[in-house]
Design a binder for this molecule. Structure first.
Ligand SMILES: Nc1ncnc2c1ncn2[C@@H]1O[C@H](COP(=O)(O)OP(=O)(O)OP(=O)(O)O)[C@@H](O)[C@H]1O
Ligand SMILES: [Mg+2]
Length: 395
């Protein structure tokens, strides 16, 4: 998938996650708006990339969100029908078929085409992933003492956790099952406990039947565990089910090529029972100076720019920014010159856009954009990661 498609998918995912969380808190108006935004992003994605193999999945998501919007609108008229207020318990006997199709909507099983080389920087992390997944997948017989099946990637948002997991799956030519734990926990999607067990079942099945390695990425894994101070019965059951399934992967599943990568921005929410099952724990930090420069070079190569634009100077200006911040800065600089292009054409009454030139991007454009944009991660958070790393990292 191209990086533009991935970015748009990310936007849709963010709105969907927001919608689901608002929905489970009973905030119907906000949920409706967020579901609609998720639908809009997915439709745009389908229109811009008509050949994308995942379009059928996106269409299903759209259908599901539309259905939920209708249900929410109906529940305004008839509050008794609202089966989804904040404390609705998880339905233990929910219909198996519904739950299956819900599950299929939540996950994406694909052979990803994110290339290892597209992940810029993070060399040590790539080495760690090679050692713990790529080599065992290629030559399991060398690993007479076994190898870790559970890997935790933690760190600030937008630094490549999802990308790395996809690239690892593509490197070993395996399936990539991407699950968003926050959606799995959402009550209206059905029985979360059953979802967990079906998910692992599906991963094992794919690996067994098709004889390919399967990498399961569980994003936002902390939301599976809830907040231990006020976990309700449902949350405790989901967590225990997850731990049991992980034991299966680490133990019974020894002959299968199933790997579970869990990703989180909040590792401190994970408890010891969970951490024990993820014996490899890898920090994905903010990009270093050198990586920031490489990121700029990669985005700048696709921009029409003048000679004032200097990647190394830009890299120094944005200490503390994430990789996706850098991508957003480059995108927003490009958008501003495109805006100018259209305004100029319009002011000249030039509807067919001939005789108007897109001007080169300059270093000043970058400086202006950077001034208006704070990093998405604050230094306090980085300190927290570093403290947690001291106590719990296991590379
Ligand atoms: N190391 C990197 N190399 C190249 N691009 C990157 C890198 N890290 C992030 N990006 C860009 O940022 C986007 C978001 O990255 P990704 O989804 O992997 O972040 P993440 O760490 O999983 O974030 P989150 O914690 O929010 O899920 C990617 O689609 C890509 O465009
Ligand atoms: Mg991610």
């Amino acid at each position: 998938m191209s990086s533009a498609a991935l970015a748009l998918e990310g936007v849709a995912g963010k709105f969907a996650a927001e919608a689901i969380s608002q929905d489970s808190q009973g905030d119907r108006n906000a949920a409706i708006t967020s579901y609609q935004r998720a639908i809009d992003a997915l439709i745009k994605l389908i229109q811009l990339f008509p050949d994308n193999t995942l379009n059928a999945v996106y269409e299903q998501h759209c259908k599901q969100y539309k259905k939920r919007i209708t249900e929410l609108q109906l529940s305004f008229d008839n509050p008794q029908n609202d089966n989804n207020h904040a404390n609705a318990s998880i339905h233990a006997n929910s219909n198996q078929t519904t739950s299956n199709s819900n599950l299929e909507n939540m996950i994406m099983k694909e052979k990803p085409n994110v290339n290892w080389k597209e992940v810029i920087g993070l060399e040590e992390v790539k080495t760690a992933l090679r050692e713990s997944i790529v080599y065992p997948a290629k030559k399991p017989e060398l690993f007479t003492l076994g190898w870790p099946r559970g890997i935790l990637l933690y760190g600030p948002p937008g630094c490549g956790k999802t990308m790395l997991a996809a690239a690892t799956a593509s490197e070993i030519n395996g399936y990539f099952i991407n699950v968003d734990a926050a959606s799995m926990m959402s009550k209206w999607l059905g029985d979360a406990e059953k979802n967990v067990s079906q998910l692992f079942h599906m991963a094992r099945d794919s690996s067994k039947k098709e004889n390919v390695p399967v990498i399961m990425l569980i994003d936002e894994v902390d939301s599976l565990l809830g907040n231990s101070q006020n976990e309700n019965g449902g949350e405790i059951r989901v967590k225990n089910q997850f731990l049991t399934e992980m034991d299966g992967v680490n133990d019974k599943g020894k002959n299968l090529q199933t790997y579970v990568i869990a990703a989180t921005n909040k590792p401190w929410k994970l408890d010891w029972a969970f951490l024990r099952r993820f014996s490899k724990r890898i920090y994905i930090p903010l990009p270093s100076l050198e990586t920031r420069e490489s990121l700029f070079l990669s985005y700048l190569s696709k921009l029409k720019k003048d000679s004032s634009v200097d990647a190394s100077q830009l890299a120094q200006l944005i200490d503390g920014y994430s990789a996706s911040d850098i991508r957003d800065i480059c995108q927003s600089v490009q958008l501003s010159v495109i805006d100018e292009f259209f305004s100029l054409a319009e002011s000249r009454g030039n509807k067919d856009l001939t005789h108007v030139q897109l001007r080169d991007v300059t270093m000043d454009d970058f400086k202006k954009t950077i001034k208006k944009r704070r990093p998405s991660v604050n230094p306090g958070m980085i300190q927290e990661y570093s403290n947690w790393t001291k106590d719990f990292s296991a590379a």
